[in-house]
Design a protein around this ligand. Sequence first.
Ligand SMILES: [Zn+2]
Length: 362
Amino acid sequence: MAALLARRLGSLGLMRFEVSQVLDAIERRLGTDPALGAGVIDVAEMMYCADLDGGQGRPANLLRLGLVIDALARQVGEEQVYAYCVVDKSLLSNQDLTSNERMVMRRWGDDGLVEVVPGAAQRVAEISDLTGLPVISRAMPATWAPLPGAGGAVLNPRASIPHGPNQVGARMMSRWWKCPDPECGLFGPMRRSAGLPVPRLRMAQPSCPRHDAPLQDGGPRPPQQVLAVRVDGVIRIRFVVTAAQPVVVGRAPENGQGVVLGHWLGEEALAKVSRSHVSVSLTQQGIQVTDLSMNGTTVRLGGAADGELALSKGAHRVLGASDIVELFPGVEFGRLGALSSTRSLDVSSVVAEAPTMIFRPT
Ligand SMILES: [Zn+2]
């Protein structure tokens, strides 16, 4: 009896461990910077999509959000895609969830990784209007609806992808905003990521979605451009360069600053790509790349393989709209939209390691 109990507890412990691993994996794909997001999601809706894991699990399960984020990654062909997630405040006391799930969502909210707001569905629609981010939903007008499918979920196209932010959104996103609450994870000095969420409009007043307080205008933000890194035919990650400071891309740029490529590189690329390989800055002329490397950088003009320009250490070049920068064959970056994945993503990265047992009733 004791042995049986020990075994049961053992397997329960293992299950908890796996659940927390998946929640950590989900956490790495959350963010409230619209420049890095590929879609906006009402977390409450996704948690109740029981058919995504066979319809025999718990009524609500936060891990279903991971299935949907994986589906988003496959849909847009970007491995480490971010989802802009909105958590309805009522979920923090929802008894269909485990105390761990409620605690994790509260922490995500405190850290500014998600928005925790009353009225999440309306906020999702507002974020989409203001930023141009596609909505992922079955319940509201959406670009994609999540359905059960290969890898847990697939996104079913419902409408075309919005054409960028609306005028009000573009104007708000061109300025810094400050929340009066000094601990605010969205608009406070504690914010961990560089970009800003889009304010919530309350009677035409930009407000903090978390604290429902008017935001102070902190002046103009520097212009920015979004770029994407492609390694071995798959877009791995996006990054933002602003006019305020350059970004270094390389195998392992110093102090962990910049865009770290090391973990995607094979042996040969690891030997040829410098730790700090190329610097990217946003100047009056546009995106400028400066080679910092031992082996040089190639700019493929117009993205084509025939028009090439070799940059050696210290040389720089302003990128044309569809130019692609190559650090080593198959290790590239360019403006988001100038390059796409040339093969499909092999696996669902968020929940790939999670055995299906974590979705069974506990
Ligand atoms: Zn706030």
